[in-house]
Design a protein around this ligand. Structure first.
Ligand code: GDD
Ligand code: MN
Length: 362
């Protein structure tokens, strides 16, 4: 059975048509519609009228409005179906999509996400300013979090999934985008996207405001901390940054204490110490789950092998950085500082992936 969760806040003029179109779309399926309502107008009274006539329609009315995601989670807790879906209550998400989504689930999809951004889809209902804000927000999310790249439209607000996908998962009710939680924390293999046209709102008005947009950024940040693979990369970069500081300090110390030593020797020694410190920090933080930090002979050998590999990887990183700088500076005539910076970025990626798959072998 499908449990369709519809969060509503002051949508009294949309309820009737919404229910009619959902019923038509889902006529071949067994389902329940759960309205999670935070309204302070007649919306709950209108839903109740429909609920009296049709037992599949259910109303949860909450007195304290605590946000869209919390409304969806509340609906999920109440839901009885083995399939869950979420859509807006203002008809911007066409109810006709529901039957198409059910078909995909029937064919084995774990998660179905209608998309405005694949061929056949459109976000025609938004003005250019909201399009721009929405695109910026989407790209920020995709750049920072890997799992969000799996769906072209992670902010659309409509989706369907098998209940197993979120079984045992703690979903955090931050902001509006509960789908982001599911994409990052959920347990799913097959994700299917179907194009759809986001409609313009006919009645009532949007409740999306600046606060919601800031919550989105905060949400991305909390997801970064909770998503294992993304967290690793950022910790790795932080460790890399700390290495630069260690290197500079040691270099200064050597210059101060051993002025007779050649500059090259000072550079090599400070680099080696920085690499040792990076290696240790990566063991302690970045790969703490698989790190070897016991005092015994076998563990010692593992660390010797890993550290040797880490030195090779880091040296290769220096090579990548030099090549990048060389190409950008001599061929594209890009400023040497920008070239160097681009080199550092490229080297960070190569260092990270080689460390991940070769040194620490995840
Ligand atoms: N229960 C509850 N509580 N429902 C809410 C609340 C709330 O605090 N705030 C909004 N809703 C309901 C609205 O009644 C509507 O059914 C749905 O959530 C979406 O709210 P809108 O105000 O219509 O948002 P929007 O159209 O600007 O944004 C929608 O489209 C965007 C894509 O452009 C949402 O689906 C966004 O998530 C989506 O990014
Ligand atoms: Mn809307």
């Amino acid at each position: 059975m499908l449990s369709l969760v519809i969060p509503v806040f002051n949508e009294k003029d949309n309820i009737g048509e919404l229910i009619r179109r959902v019923e038509e779309s889902l006529q071949d399926y067994s389902y329940e519609i759960i309205f999670v309502d935070d309204s302070d107008d007649d919306t709950p009274a209108i839903i109740s009228q429909f609920a009296r006539k049709d037992q599949r329609i259910k109303l949860i009315h909450r007195e304290n409005k605590t946000g869209l995601s919390s409304a969806v989670i509340c609906g999920f807790e109440y839901a009885e179906g083995d399939i869950l879906a979420v859509m807006d209550g203002d008809l911007q998400h066409p109810p006709e999509m529901l039957s198409k989504m059910m078909k995909e689930i029937g064919q084995g999809a774990d998660l179905v996400v209608p998309s405005r951004f694949i061929p056949g889809g459109s976000d025609g209902g938004l003005n250019w300013f909201r399009k721009l804000v929405s695109a910026t927000a989407r790209y920020i999310g995709k750049i920072l979090i890997k799992s969000l790249r799996r769906a072209s439209d992670h902010t659309g607000g409509m989706f369907m999934l098998r209940r197993e996908v979120i079984k045992g998962k703690q979903l955090n009710p931050v902001g509006w985008k509960i789908l982001m939680e599911i994409l990052v924390m959920g347990n799913y293999q097959t994700l299917v996207e179907i194009p759809y046209a986001f409609s313009s709102r006919n009645l009532g008005q949007s409740k999306l405001n600046l606060k919601v947009q800031l919550q989105y950024l905060w949400h991305i940040f909390t997801l970064l901390k909770r998503s294992e693979s993304d967290r690793r990369f950022y910790v790795f970069c932080l460790v890399g940054g700390s290495g630069v500081i260690v290197d500079m300090l040691i270099f200064a110390l050597l210059s101060y204490r051993f002025a007779g030593m050649s500059v090259n020797a000072r550079a090599v020694i400070s680099a080696l110490i920085a690499m040792a410190s990076n290696y240790t920090l990566n063991n302690l933080f970045t790969w703490k789950e698989i790190a070897a930090v016991k005092f015994d002979y076998k563990v010692f050998l593992i660390n010797v092998r890993r550290f040797s590999r880490y030195l090779i990887v880091s040296s290769f990183g220096i090579f990548i950085k030099s090549i990048t700088l060389f190409l950008l500076y001599y061929f594209l005539h890009i400023d040497k500082y920008w070239g160097n910076f681009a080199g550092i970025v490229c080297a960070s990626f190569s260092n990270y992936f080689l460390s991940k798959f070769w040194v620490w072998k995840e």
